[in-house]
Design a protein around this ligand. Structure first.
Ligand SMILES: Nc1nc2c(ncn2[C@@H]2O[C@H](COP(=O)(O)OP(=O)(O)O)[C@@H](O)[C@H]2O)c(=O)[nH]1
Ligand SMILES: [Mg+2]
Length: 330
């Protein structure tokens, strides 16, 4: 696939403001930053692959056996690793794998297929506002990502309104207010302890009357096992649906890349209960376990749509599978 088609402009999005970076520049920027973010995973995978094939010229069964734990160590997950290993072994038997370079190439194709298998473009509604719910457990980066996402959408020329629907903690509302100021977007809130559905109702009414393109709601951290909190989320969904047909259009589960297989287990149960449409993977910077992206695809059957690569406002990039795989294996 041609790289330039992958960050293609979405049909529902208006022209970028003139001050914004040109599209090719922006793509290159995203690519470089993705590469930078997965440096540790790439280095450890790359070292592993090199040490596995250093002794023999041809890649044999024994060297493939040695590769298996290395893939697991990158948090690619046992199910995904099993699929990849089976395909590599078949390939080695059928045609042989002649060199480390060829092994990497085949591995890249395998990884790419796994990600492309769950890829689907984000569906934007034909009439605004687009309603986005940010959900997940505590501390994964929901509030931070809500702020970054507002900035990203705004840089794409879309008008944004934020809703502080984490009424559980006072700090969460203040935290989101800071992000709203940074990207200069309006924010609707209620007081701490208030009903998040009421805040959402007000935010949607405001978004409709102002013809805002996107309304993003930050929600309280919750576990799928907390029945009351899951019911609260259901109520929010119903409120959104009542005010805006088809809403919520996106339910993004925010996952922390550093929590590995534990986070994945939690996410599996969460996605079932909350009708998640896509994943935002945060804290990809600095982890050597970026392979979790592949485990997410295999086990949750959901695409990673955005990646968090730092704590600053522009440290959120649209996820691109080709750029990711090229950054991971080289
Ligand atoms: N390094 C890094 N830190 C992040 C990223 N996203 C969020 N954080 C940090 O994770 C912590 C929790 O974030 P917060 O948004 O409050 O999580 P919430 O409880 O899900 O709302 C904060 O210290 C954030 O700065 C990221 O992509 N990279
Ligand atoms: Mg929060």
């Amino acid at each position: 696939m041609v790289f330039s088609s992958l960050f293609g402009k979405r049909p529902a999005e208006p022209e970028q403001p003139e001050s914004a970076a040109s599209e090719p520049e922006q793509k290159r920027g995203f690519f470089d930053r993705m590469r930078q973010a997965v440096t540790r995973t790439r280095e450890s995978l790359s070292e592993s692959i090199s040490s596995v094939i250093a002794l023999t010229r041809e890649v044999d069964q024994a060297s493939l056996d040695a590769l298996e734990p290395r893939l697991l160590a990158a948090d690619i997950g046992s199910a995904t690793t099993a699929i990849i290993m089976e395909n590599l072994r078949q390939r080695a038997l059928r045609t042989g794998i002649e060199s480390g370079a060829q092994l990497k190439q085949i591995l890249k194709t395998e990884l790419r297929q796994i990600l492309d298998g769950v890829a689907r473009p984000i569906q934007h509604p034909s009439t605004p506002p687009e309603v986005v719910l940010m959900v997940g457990v505590n501390g994964t980066g929901k509030t931070t990502t809500t702020g970054k996402l507002a900035n990203l959408y705004k840089s794409q020329g879309r008008s944004v309104l934020l809703c502080a629907a984490d009424t559980f903690r006072a700090a969460a509302i203040e935290q989101l207010e800071v992000w709203a100021q940074r990207s200069d977007v309006p924010l609707i809130k209620t007081k701490q302890g208030g009903d998040p559905s009421a805040a959402l109702y007000d935010a949607l009414a405001a978004a409709k009357s102002r013809s805002t393109n996107v309304m993003i709601a930050d929600t309280a951290g919750r576990l799928h096992t907390k029945t009351d909190l899951m019911k609260e989320l259901d109520k929010m969904r119903r409120t959104a649906e009542k005010l805006v047909p088809g809403a919520p259009h996106q339910t993004f589960l925010v996952m922390d890349a550093t929590t590995g297989q534990n986070g994945l287990q939690q996410a599996r149960l969460f996605t079932e209960a909350a009708r998640v449409t896509g994943i935002v993977l945060t804290k990809l910077d600095g982890t050597a376990k970026g392979g979790i992206v592949l485990a997410i695809a295999t086990e949750l059957k959901l695409p990673v749509l955005y990646a968090g690569i730092g704590e600053k406002i522009d440290d959120l990039i649209p996820f691109d599978s080709a750029a990711f795989i090229d950054s991971l294996v080289d």
